[in-house]
Design a protein around this ligand. Structure first.
Ligand SMILES: C[S@@+](CC[C@H](N)C(=O)[O-])C[C@H]1O[C@@H](n2cnc3c(N)ncnc32)[C@H](O)[C@@H]1O
Length: 303
């Protein structure tokens, strides 16, 4: 492990009550250089895991986080009903109409063909839990994001009659009910990091409201189509790329500000990842949708 390794850099979203820092550190030591998911225990059918990832912001150094699958608060039948409603609503939105037009054009021009569609970090359609609280919007956002993913994947399928894409979803907090729902839509749930590994230059990757590390890891795989936030969301107030998703400060117009005016080697690495991706891709800004993070930018491979 490198001398510059800082324990504060890992476990960005681990709950110390689930897995202590010592266990995570040991896991990193034992698995030097290997991304994966290890199940530590199963309680009430829900797994507690450690996931490790080669951090694009630390030059590929292994970092890890722990996660416990969410407790479901809805049944499969409820999810199916709510999803059908959200899909209808989404299909009426200006955002979808614009996205559909652009995707039809790109797919008919022939330089983009999609072998697989990957949904990363949707949150859980089965659960309104947020910590100890119940926050219905959490689940609603997830339902909308599934509607977005499913509508795009179906459109791709219909434009590529002879070659329907495979569908994958990776969300470490998915529980059995989420997995059953995915299954009902023909989406294969995979454990981290398989969702990244399957992304190629013939993929559609959807990262709604993703952590920076997830976006960067996705950009490294160079998907033909990316849907998610603004890639330059990671710019600081000086137009340089930010390296962290923590402690976001915004100015009066909502633009993120840098907490630290220094520009570290990590920032430069992140900048490079995004710049490499954007150098071969173009972006299309979508009309605003009431669930903002559902889809803001479509980024697509240049001809
Ligand atoms: C900021 S939350 C956004 C959740 C949801 N998309 C939304 O907009 O409310 C980021 C999500 O990414 C998930 N996540 C974290 N690491 C991930 C990984 N390696 N692969 C896929 N999803 C991941 C988290 O579990 C979390 O649900």
């Amino acid at each position: 492990m490198s001398d510059t390794f800082d324990p504060e850099d890992i476990a960005v979203y681990s709950d110390p009550e689930d897995v202590d820092l010592e266990t995570i550190m040991k896991y990193i030591d034992d698995n030097d250089d290997k991304e994966g998911t290890e199940v530590l225990r199963v309680n009430d059918g829900r797994r507690t895991m450690i996931c490790s990832m080669k951090s694009p912001r630390d030059d590929g150094q292994l970092c890890a986080f722990s996660v416990t699958e969410m407790e479901p608060t809805s049944t499969l039948e409820e999810i199916k009903n709510d999803f059908a409603k959200k899909l209808d609503e989404w299909k009426e939105s200006a955002c979808w109409k614009d996205l559909e037009t652009v995707l039809r054009r790109l797919l008919s021009e022939g330089h983009i063909s999609v072998d697989n569609c990957v949904l990363l970090g949707s949150g859980c359609v089965s659960s309104a839990k947020f910590g100890d609280e119940l926050i219905p919007e959490t689940r609603e956002r997830s339902l909308v994001q599934f509607a977005v993913f499913y509508s795009v994947a179906s459109l791709i399928g219909s434009c590529q009659n002879d070659k329907p894409p495979k569908l994958y979803a990776q969300e470490p907090s998915f529980n059995n009910v989420d997995r059953e729902f995915c299954n009902s839509l023909g989406i294969q749930c995979v454990d981290h990091p398989v969702g990244f590994d399957v992304i190629t230059s013939n993929s559609f990757a959807y990262c709604p409201g993703a952590e920076q590390i997830v976006d960067l890891r996705c950009f490294q795989q160079n998907p033909a189509l990316y849907l998610g936030g603004e890639a330059d969301l990671w710019h600081d107030a000086f137009g340089r790329l930010r390296s962290r998703f923590e402690a976001i400060h915004c100015d009066a117009r909502g633009k993120m500000l840098s907490r630290d005016e220094g520009y570290s080697p990590e920032d430069a690495l992140c900048a490079q990842v995004v710049q490499n991706f954007m150098a071969t891709h173009e972006n299309h800004v979508l009309p605003k949708h009431k669930h903002g993070v559902a889809a803001t930018w479509l980024i697509y491979k240049k001809e």
